[in-house]
Design a protein around this ligand. Structure first.
Ligand SMILES: Nc1nc2c(ncn2[C@@H]2O[C@H](COP(=O)(O)OP(=O)(O)OP(=O)(O)O)[C@@H](O)[C@H]2O)c(=O)[nH]1
Ligand SMILES: [Mg+2]
Length: 346
């Protein structure tokens, strides 16, 4: 399913709203016969201007409201991720407030068209239209904060990756700075993934794809890069870590857990093992979801470090991949195992 927020386009601020609406209003021309008295012409002209301006604003506001999907109706993953990224109550409240000005605008339209019908001199028409535009401006300007808020959160929501629920999804997880992004970048088509020498480089979920050629078709395995997670109580985890937890909980078909056996990530092996155990107990769905284990940074790791980790996690020789994510050394084995796993019954 495509990210449900991908149609959440730019939200104009109050000035943009008003500029467009008033411009449209002023450009509109009422259908009046050339020979009609000036007073009638003025009435019709100004009524039309007000009508067009207000309807333009109402239309655009409705469009903004419709761009935002109904959060409660979304699949669990998108709904929960949205609620990590933004305050959903605030979002609903904001949409409600913006929606609330629609009846007010409709009332102004009726009110001023009625007043225009009763004018006795053409210049009163001009004054009434100015007064109506003034009221509209003050109503829309009061919404500027809300419009800007929508535009701000839109950026975060649009960055949610699209998940294809019909294709397998491999979630790559582990401590910060252990090389998760380097691995996903190396094995997938997503070359935009950022790799840096400091922890918490990855602050949100990034999807990469690994293409598998089968006899008659091609399939794409989804490979999700996640932010690093620290070994600490769930309640203490921040919104960056919680995105990784959410992916493990809701969309993983297979987990790749990445260890850094060296001290170069800045985190102890013991903490990494604690996290591994937590993930194993909580997210492997009683063994239904397998965990592949990677020992990364083989170029830096000493034999003693590798042996230590192996013993602590209780792994046999063929139960982990010892790789170098930067050069791709030994990654071909992981890739071919993944392909094997998903090639299935062709
Ligand atoms: N020497 C060596 N460095 C590596 C290897 N894999 C990753 N690195 C380095 O380790 C650092 C962290 O790599 P990332 O791929 O950003 O690690 P990450 O786990 O995604 O980190 P966060 O996004 O912060 O959680 C970078 O400086 C990488 O260049 C490796 O196999 N060998
Ligand atoms: Mg990363």
């Amino acid at each position: 399913m495509k990210n449900p927020f991908n149609k959440f386009y730019h939200v104009p601020n109050s000035k943009e709203f008003l500029d467009i609406a008033f411009k449209r209003g002023m450009k509109s021309s009422a259908q009046v016969s050339q020979n009609a008295p000036i007073l009638i012409k003025a009435k019709k002209k100004e009524s039309k201007r007000i009508k067009v301006a207000i309807e333009e604003i109402i239309d655009r506001i409705l469009k903004v409201i419709k761009m935002v999907p109904i959060i409660d109706d979304l699949p669990d993953f998108y709904r929960e991720l949205a609620s990590i990224l933004v305050n959903i109550d605030e979002l609903k409240l904001t949409l409600g407030k913006i929606n609330g000005i629609l009846p007010v605008l409709r009332k102004i339209k009726r009110e001023y068209i009625k007043k225009l019908n009763r004018i006795e001199a053409p210049k009163e028409g001009d004054q009434l239209r100015r007064a109506a535009f003034g009221r509209i401006s003050s109503i829309i300007n009061k919404q500027n904060k809300n419009l800007e808020y929508l535009n701000k959160i839109r950026g975060r929501l649009r960055e949610i990756p699209s998940i294809d629920y019909t294709m397998p999804c491999v979630v790559v997880a582990g401590y910060p700075n252990v090389g998760k992004s380097s691995i996903v970048k190396n094995i997938s088509t997503n070359k935009k993934i950022e790799v840096k020498e400091y922890p918490f480089t990855t602050k949100k979920l990034y999807m990469g794809h690994l293409e598998i050629e089968r006899r008659f078709d091609k399939i794409k395995i989804q490979c999700l890069d996640t932010p690093g997670i620290l070994d600490r109580p769930m309640g203490k985890r921040n919104n960056i870590e919680l995105q990784a937890i959410l992916a493990l909980r809701l969309i993983s078909d297979l987990i790749i857990f990445v260890f850094d056996p060296t001290i170069s990530s800045g985190y102890s092996v013991e903490s990494q093992i604690e996290l591994y155990n937590e993930i194993r107990y909580n997210f492997s769905k009683e063994g239904q979801i397998e965990i592949l284990i990677i020992f990364n940074k083989m170029d830096l790791a000493r034999d003693s470090e590798i042996q230590y980790l192996r013993e602590k996690v209780n792994l046999k020789e063929n139960e982990y991949y010892l790789i170098n994510a930067l050069t791709g050394e030994n990654l071909d084995k992981l890739i071919s195992d993944l392909k094997e796993r998903y090639r299935g019954n062709e």
